[in-house]
Design a protein around this ligand. Structure first.
Ligand code: FAD
Length: 264
């Protein structure tokens, strides 16, 4: 298996290829480790699909796929859904309607300099950042979905990561970070900033570890080259200008910064 050719990419863009590859990975790889979904797991999966169906700002065909999946999950009277039935829907029934998610993984902004680095975890972070920004841009999108409370994107993310994310240690860490703190997130802006700050805490913890790609070393983000005005100095100490960070995140993870280049 020869390595894939490097795809030129721009660190100031967000690539739909990464977001769609993450959804592909969720539906065809991560879920495949479960024979069936029932109880709490089924509820968490349904909420994740509904969240994406309502807030995903990418291709209309992908939104349609997630909407169809969400409607189907909500309409089924079953307590237990075999994974194979989810896969059939995603693979076959959708193909007939001309709606499907590309059948391969193609990382662009999330490609690693070596196999095993970056990819899915990077794209999952990216997806949730995009969803926090989209939720602020379309605050009524989650009305009547059962996901109306404060910080809905973070609540779904927390439960999804804890239940389905292959890295259990990550799930535990994220859960601890969220415990007792998500209640303090009162607005859609705070939701965006909470996830940004939490992601930086993870970056600090992992800097220099084995999962660090030398081409993409973990550090506080955004760097001064991405956002100079986000950085300030007070009495010789680095501080973030949170208003500038918020504006930057809205722009960076907003729908108009999505690049379709290399899309599946
Ligand atoms: P990532 O950290 O995945 O970041 C992806 C992209 O997001 C970056 O390239 C950058 O463009 C952007 N970005 C970076 N920082 C921020 C920020 N603060 N705000 C907004 N955007 C940003 N691995 C572990 O080993 N231990 C853990 O406990 C752990 N916990 C995790 C928890 C979660 C919820 C997730 C999704 C992943 C976790 N991981 C953990 C994986 C790890 O965080 C990285 O995703 C992985 O190592 C790949 O790193 P990366 O270099 O691609 O950058």
């Amino acid at each position: 298996h020869s390595p894939e050719p490097w795809r030129d990419m721009d660190r100031s863009r967000v690539y739909t290829a990464d977001l769609e590859s993450a959804l592909h990975y969720v539906l065809r790889v991560e879920l495949a480790t479960h024979d069936a979904l029932e109880g709490e797991e089924l509820k968490i999966f349904k909420d994740f699909v509904t969240l994406v169906a309502k807030l995903y700002p990418g291709r209309a065909s992908v939104v349609k796929l997630m909407e169809t999946l969400s409607d189907w999950l909500l309409s089924l009277p079953l307590q237990r859904i075999p994974y194979q039935a989810v896969l059939d829907l995603v693979d076959n029934k959708m193909r007939i309607a001309g709606v499907f998610l590309g059948a391969e993984l193609r990382w662009v902004g999330c490609q690693g300099s070596k196999p095993g680095l970056r990819g899915y975890p990077c794209a999952l972070w990216t997806l949730f950042h995009v969803l926090t920004v989209q939720h602020e841009a379309t605050p009524t999108a989650l009305d009547n979905t059962g996901l109306e409370g404060a910080a809905p994107v973070l609540q779904v993310m927390r439960r999804y990561i804890r239940t389905f994310f292959g890295c259990e240690e990550c799930g535990r860490h994220f859960d601890q970070a969220a415990a007792g703190h998500l209640e303090q997130v009162k607005s859609n802006e705070e939701q965006i900033l909470w996830l940004w700050n939490q992601h930086n805490q993870v970056n600090y913890r992992l800097a220099g570890s084995l999962s660090d790609d030398p081409l993409f070393p973990k550090a506080s983000w955004p760097s001064p080259s991405l956002c100079a005005s986000c950085h300030e100095e007070k009495n010789g100490i680095h501080v973030w200008n949170q208003d500038q960070v918020l504006s930057f995140l809205r722009r960076h993870y907003g729908a108009s910064n999505l690049s379709p280049q290399y899309a599946l």
